[in-house]
Design a protein. Structure first.
Length: 368
């Protein structure tokens, strides 16, 4: 029986961002059940084909050279895949070309991590139009579509003509096997944590403003993980820990008492899913998060934190003070919210659960 899955990842899987982490997590879990081939921009494992081809700087349209490399690799396979899983917009066109020219039975799974017309708003019009067209082609001709949130699903159905029952919402998968839950320890200081980058849609400046508002509280400390140390200096109540590997990342966020997700209220943030939220729930800590994408659904169902309006540093500071008060007077409530978070992650965000859903999609078994 043919059970081969090809993953197309037009990025470096070792890059410390949400998309590579998500892709690696899915690939590792799926490789336990299927034969896999990974096409990526950087070595990953023994199943990887490195797509890093040399393209002279003076040549335009470098994406076309990447596509040619992908198509050549696909056509050279002696064993045809039952499905090609395309991570991000750049991956989908060569997969569709392979399907229509070589093997119409191969399922094309288009995983959208964002909407190009919003994510590329600062680029030139031609580039934005080009990738928007790729999004629409992917939504029109792919067999199944994976999206990050219910607002994204609604958008691709209403604007790009995607068929509703072919669009599947899958929040960020997390490998719980490497993240055992541990109850928080009582420390000298109340640790407020953030684990992510400082891109504009992350609302990182709101965290810095909230920290400034709370400077007078000597027992509150902010730990920032994932932001380059050379861009910021430690402050009175802020400690920048820099970029770290995956295991260290989980250790550091688990050392916090409350965790923050402060994305701004605009289309990019409202349609995506913050991978950090899955990590936060996995380590079992309460979360203060802004009301974007599916965050409110998750936090309220999990009963593990507070949802606030985006862009409001004063409200963020007040929410932190509320949890600081619980930490001092009713620490068991913090522990209960953290335990709720972990239980939700085990039921809804585990890579095993999402791997089961994907496996059924590859095999043509509906599960939504």
């Amino acid at each position: 029986m043919n059970n081969k899955i090809v993953f197309i990842c037009p990025f470096d899987l070792n890059w410390k961002r949400g998309t590579p982490y998500r892709a690696k997590t899915i690939i590792k879990r799926i490789s336990e059940r299927f034969e896999v081939l990974v096409l990526s921009m950087g070595d990953f494992d023994e199943n990887n084909v490195n797509l890093n081809i040399y393209v002279p700087k003076y040549l335009p349209f470098k994406t076309f050279f990447l596509w040619l490399s992908i198509i050549k690799t696909l056509f050279s396979q002696k064993k045809q895949p039952i499905a090609i899983h395309c991570f991000t917009t750049t991956a989908v066109l060569p997969a569709l070309i392979y399907k229509f020219l070589f093997n119409k039975k191969t399922k094309i799974i288009f995983e959208m991590h964002g909407i190009s017309e919003f994510e590329l708003h600062n680029t030139n019009f031609i580039r934005r139009l080009f990738y928007t067209l790729l999004d629409k082609i992917g939504c029109k001709f792919s067999d199944e579509i994976i999206v990050m949130s219910y607002p994204m699903k609604e958008f691709v159905v209403s604007h790009y003509g995607a068929v509703d029952d072919k669009v599947h919402v899958m929040w960020g998968p997390i490998n719980l096997d490497i993240i055992p839950y541990k109850k928080p320890k009582i420390k000298e200081k109340f640790i407020v944590g953030y684990g992510g980058n400082d891109s504009f849609w992350q609302g990182f400046d709101i965290i810095l403003k909230a920290a400034e508002l709370l400077e007078k509280y000597k027992d509150i400390q902010f730990n920032i993980i994932g932001v380059p140390k050379n861009k910021y200096s430690d402050k009175k109540n802020i400690k920048f820990l820099g970029k770290v590997d995956d295991l260290r990342y989980f250790i550091e966020i688990a050392d916090c008492d409350i965790l923050l997700s402060t994305r701004i209220g605009e289309p990019v943030a409202n349609l995506q899913y913050p991978q950090k939220l899955s990590a936060y729930l996995a380590v079992g800590r309460p979360v203060i998060a802004t009301d974007v994408n599916d965050v409110r659904i998750i936090i309220e169902k999990a009963m593990c934190g507070t949802v606030i309006e985006p862009g409001n540093a004063e409200l963020l500071a007040q929410s932190i003070l509320y949890y600081f008060s619980l930490y001092k007077k009713q620490p068991q409530k913090l522990i209960e919210q953290g335990e709720n978070a972990r239980k939700f992650a085990e039921k809804n965000l585990s890579d095993r659960v999402i791997g089961d859903r994907l496996s059924r999609i590859y095999l043509g078994i509906k599960n939504d």
